[in-house]
Design a protein around this ligand. Structure first.
Ligand SMILES: [Mg+2]
Length: 363
């Protein structure tokens, strides 16, 4: 235990353009924005970030910094609770919880660095590597681009892979199924196929599409309908063989509890569900329902907590984040044999902000 106290928080907004416009079933984008937090105690600095919008950074000087400054570096959970209470009237979901998540991650990293321990070791590991699944397969990709992605995932040893379907809010079901069939041919018979509709279908569509996916031995159907439609998810879970998954927008234990009755595997995003503190709590809620969790996006940040989570199935190696994380920070582990290893040879999560990331900085 270091005895140090938190001096200040600093933020930075970094915008990473995608190589070309990308889309899933229900959203299009041409950039990813990382909102970075550095938590500083003396000459030690902890690093965290979330994927959000630049406006989220304003929450730090206006609301979050004042309730954590002066607190012992070791008391991360007390900081989490103080931030959560401070934001009551703003709403503690969405953008607010994304920013609390980034600060929480920075504070855990700071605590581990002050203690001279790798973060995974501070948490207490149950495994030294985190199985990942290749994830991308945007609806905007050409056949050749999809083939390249699948090839890269195979070369990294991934035996589980996911593409996007539900194109144009479910208006292109024929193409969705044609692409799912193509995905099976590209990946081979031994790969566990996963698809994500991002809430693009109606319940009736999702039943029909799901039945066709079962024929292709697809094992994971993510957000077949909106993740706000718990009854719809529950119904689909009862009639389909593949696992129904959701949870990427969950922002705490109550969201996790509500979703647990409606999914076969609960997804948790460490940059949205309350950082490492929130992830551990939500995973425990899932464990109490005999469910596994799966990490959503932010692979580099998920690895330390994933290695310390008993009931985790895998985490998502999302192409946009796999591309940008090494541009933002140094030290991101490679994927080998379908897994990412937690950093064990340096303190904290082991990532440091790259100086040349400044060229992506917005504010
Ligand atoms: Mg998703």
């Amino acid at each position: 235990m270091s005895g140090a106290t938190i001096d200040r928080l600093e933020t930075g907004v970094y915008r990473f353009p995608t190589p070309e416009p990308e889309a899933d079933g229900t959203y299009r984008w041409d950039a990813t924005v990382a909102v970075v937090v550095q938590a500083i105690a003396g000459d030690v600095s902890g690093l965290g970030w979330t994927y959000s919008t630049g406006a989220a950074a304003d929450l730090v000087p206006e609301h979050l910094e004042k309730v954590v400054v002066g607190k012992p570096v070791d008391d991360v959970t007390a900081c989490w609770e103080a931030m959560h209470r401070e934001c009551r009237n703003l709403g503690t979901r969405g953008l607010v919880m994304q920013m609390i998540s980034a600060v929480d991650i920075a504070l855990w990293d700071l605590k581990a660095r002050c203690a001279g321990l790798p973060l995974a070791q501070l948490f207490g590991t149950v495994r030294d590597q985190m199985p990942v699944y290749g994830s991308g397969g945007f609806t905007t990709l050409s056949d050749e681009q999809l083939a390249e992605q699948v090839k890269a995932w195979r070369e990294a040893g991934c035996t589980q892979m996911k593409i996007k379907i539900g194109e144009a809010w479910g208006r292109c079901v024929e193409r969705d199924l044609q692409r799912a069939g193509q995905f099976r041919e590209l990946a081979g018979a031994d790969v566990r196929l996963m698809v994500d509709a991002n809430g693009g279908y109606s319940i009736g569509q999702a039943r029909c599409v799901g039945a066709a996916l079962d024929e292709l031995d697809v094992v994971w159907f993510e957000e077949p309908v909106s993740s706000d439609d718990l009854d719809g998810l529950r119904l689909l879970r009862s009639v389909l063989e593949c696992d129904v998954a959701a949870g990427e927008y969950a922002s705490g234990i109550y969201d996790a509890r509500a979703l647990c009755g409606a999914v076969d595997c609960l997804q948790l995003d460490v940059t949205r569900c309350g950082g490492y503190t929130g992830f551990a709590r939500c995973a425990a809620v899932a464990a109490s329902q005999n469910l596994e969790v799966s990490g959503h996006c932010a692979p580099a940040l998920t690895v330390p907590i994933g290695c310390a989570t008993i009931n985790i199935r895998h985490t998502e190696w999302f192409v946009d984040h796999a591309r940008l994380e090494p541009l933002l920070v140094e030290g991101v582990p490679d994927v080998r044999d379908g897994a990412m290893h937690a950093v064990t040879d340096r303190p904290g999560h082991g990532y440091t902000l790259r100086e040349d990331a400044a060229r992506y900085r917005q504010g």
